[in-house]
Design a protein around this ligand. Structure first.
Ligand code: PBE
Length: 575
């Protein structure tokens, strides 16, 4: 029987598209609000020198959780600062606190409501189950479309992922209030709200706090995921380390996350019954903290406003001094970082994320004719889809016109000579790859687009396979990064290998692992080495351990790309 596929994905796509447009105003408000709050939080936390906050946090942890933990906090935070992760840590703490705050503001009332109404409970429970088990990555996708790249989609995704325990535990805490207490309250004629605030909530507080604590820990566990869409902080450091296979930095950033987790966990656990409450009243301590926070917020707010007034409304102010980047390990990202130095653009920042997130952001800005600057490269479908221009780069920070190389593991020639020959002879033109990219961009499945191109270009493909021994079902493992160019090229060469009797296995990885995998022989090859400059660092690091088969395409270009409706023309105009 042949049951047609239910177009569930298409329905969701259509729904998300509709929501994106229909609620655009609301999303802008939410984005601005969350970004604003987060900025205030970050400003407050980074108001003084690091040691100041380290001391405050140490005292606070000591007060809530005894001196040994205070000593741990002091040493842990000093180590984080020493290793150079202080700024990232502040970002992470701010993100987690803010997600935690939103969780409390929404989670506790919903939990109360669930406890009071059976129907609400019955509806909310399965929704929570769904929210918790759906892989958190999935939330990132619509989040980017709704809230753009940056920290906001990360916070929203963390919030969705983390809210369940708060709701569940609030509900549970209230349910568990002994019946006789409720009856007593009723007997004294208390109103519903008196019952709630004077009896149920106070008794339920330990349970509710346990839920909040779990929610905060879950939010912290989302920081790495959130960095995929551009959320800064320790998560981004970890992601960058994976992307570049930098074991040392990965460990350092990971360790910093552990310290922060322990500190936040112990502090929230003991907030209700601080260890040294008998020495100093809770109310006093929390009032001091609150006053400190509010005062710092006001002071930093005023200084920032004066600084902002001076910035004017040039292209920097319009784009928030942000350049929308891609995967942190991409060569173009280090080129962009160098460009900021070469052109003295110290106010600017390159936002890390992914190629897909970058193009989503470009599409959104372009649709609204808003200014946007992205890291872009050619060949790319974006140039035929939108009216774009490369910014002039007189200092050549982004290198010159380049080639894409095919690189294979040592020993492939002996092991699978036919596949080696095909990979060696693979070569095409920017116009070719662009055709495949445009088809994929327009919704065609990558394998299908590859097939279509191969069918239309038999002569060219015949040159690649000329003289190559046909395979006998041997597997050829190819790796690639999810850049639009490499999705297209890898699918095409994979299909050609398949057509010649090989089994092509394509695996999507990060940049560093792509080079490392070919170098250590765990995969057979890749067609994605941008040389001589883009991937220079990876190439230099691994070149003795793989075989470079030379260019498969000539004429690529990297740079900063803007829509033609923007008035700037050169990187120098960003000053
Ligand atoms: N790119 C596309 C990659 C190489 C392929 C320019 C985004 C990079 O920057 O590493």
């Amino acid at each position: 029987m042949n049951v047609p596929k239910i177009p569930l994905g298409d329905w969701v796509d259509a729904l998300v598209k509709w929501v994106t447009v229909a609620f655009a105003g609301l999303f802008t408000v939410v984005t601005t609000a969350i970004e604003g709050l987060l900025n205030i939080l970050v400003d407050v936390l980074s108001a003084g020198p690091p040691i100041l906050l380290i001391i405050v946090l140490t005292l606070l942890v000591t007060y809530t959780s005894r001196w040994p933990l205070g000593v741990f906090t002091l040493l842990g935070l000093l180590l984080i600062d020493n290793l150079g992760y202080w700024d990232s840590s502040i970002q992470t703490i701010a993100i987690v606190l803010l997600s935690g705050l939103i969780t409390i503001i929404i989670g506790i009332p919903v939990g109360i409501w669930c406890a009071q109404r059976k129907t609400v409970h019955r509806i909310v429970t399965p929704i929570l189950d769904f929210m918790q088990t759906m892989p958190a990555f999935v939330y990132l996708i619509p989040s980017i479309l709704f809230f753009g790249i940056g920290v906001v989609p990360g916070i929203i995704a963390s919030f969705i992922f983390a809210i369940a325990p708060t709701i569940r535990m609030t509900n549970l805490g209230i349910q568990e209030v002994p019946r006789d207490l409720i009856e007593a309250a009723d007997a004294f004629g208390s109103s519903n709200s008196q019952k709630l605030f004077k009896v149920q909530l106070p008794i339920a507080t330990p349970t509710i706090m346990a839920g909040v604590n779990q929610s905060i820990m879950l939010a912290l566990s989302m920081v790495v995921t959130a960095s995929l869409v551009g959320a800064p902080g320790l998560g981004a450091d970890v992601y960058r380390a994976v992307s570049q296979i930098d074991v040392g930095r990965g460990f350092e950033a990971g360790l910093s996350i552990v310290f922060i987790a322990v500190i936040l966990d112990r502090m929230t656990q003991n907030l209700r019954k601080p260890a040294y409450e008998h020495i100093l009243k809770k109310k006093i301590v929390f009032s001091i903290v609150a006053v400190l926070v509010i005062l710092t917020a006001i002071v930093t707010g005023i200084t920032k406003q004066t600084a902002e007034d001076k910035k004017g409304n040039g292209v920097g102010a319009q784009t928030d001094y942000q350049i929308i980047g891609i995967e942190p390990g991409a060569g173009i990202m280090s080129q962009a970082a160098n460009a900021l130095k070469d052109y003295h653009l110290k106010d600017w920042q390159v936002v890390e994320g992914s190629s897909a997130a970058m193009t989503a952001e470009l599409d959104k800005a372009y649709g609204q004719k808003k200014p946007i600057i992205v890291t872009g490269w050619a060949p790319h479908w974006m140039f035929s889809t939108y009216d774009l221009k490369f910014l002039k780069d007189p200092n050549k920070s982004f290198g010159a016109v380049e080639d894409i190389h095919t690189i294979v593991r040592k020993g492939l020639k002996q092991d699978v000579p036919g596949a080696y020959t095909i990979l060696d002879q693979f070569s095409w033109k920017p116009a070719d790859i662009e055709k495949v990219m445009v088809d994929i961009k327009n919704g065609m499945d990558a394998a299908q687009a590859a097939k279509k191109w191969i069918r239309a270009n038999g002569d060219q493909v015949a040159k690649w396979t000329n003289g190559a021994k046909a395979g006998n079902g041997e597997t050829v493992n190819l790796v690639y990064v999810a850049w639009d160019t490499e999705i297209a090229s890898t699918n095409v060469i994979g299909k050609v290998l398949e057509d010649n009797g090989y089994k092509a296995k394509l695996s999507q990885v990060e940049v560093g692992p792509m080079f490392a995998g070919v170098a250590n022989g765990s995969v057979d090859g890749m067609v994605a080495g941008w040389l001589p400059s883009t991937h220079k660092e990876y190439y230099e690091q691994y070149k003795n351990n793989f075989v470079d088969l030379g260019a498969n395409l000539h004429g690529t270009r990297n740079g900063l790309v803007v829509p033609k409706y923007m008035e700037i023309d050169s990187l120098e105009d960003l000053k």
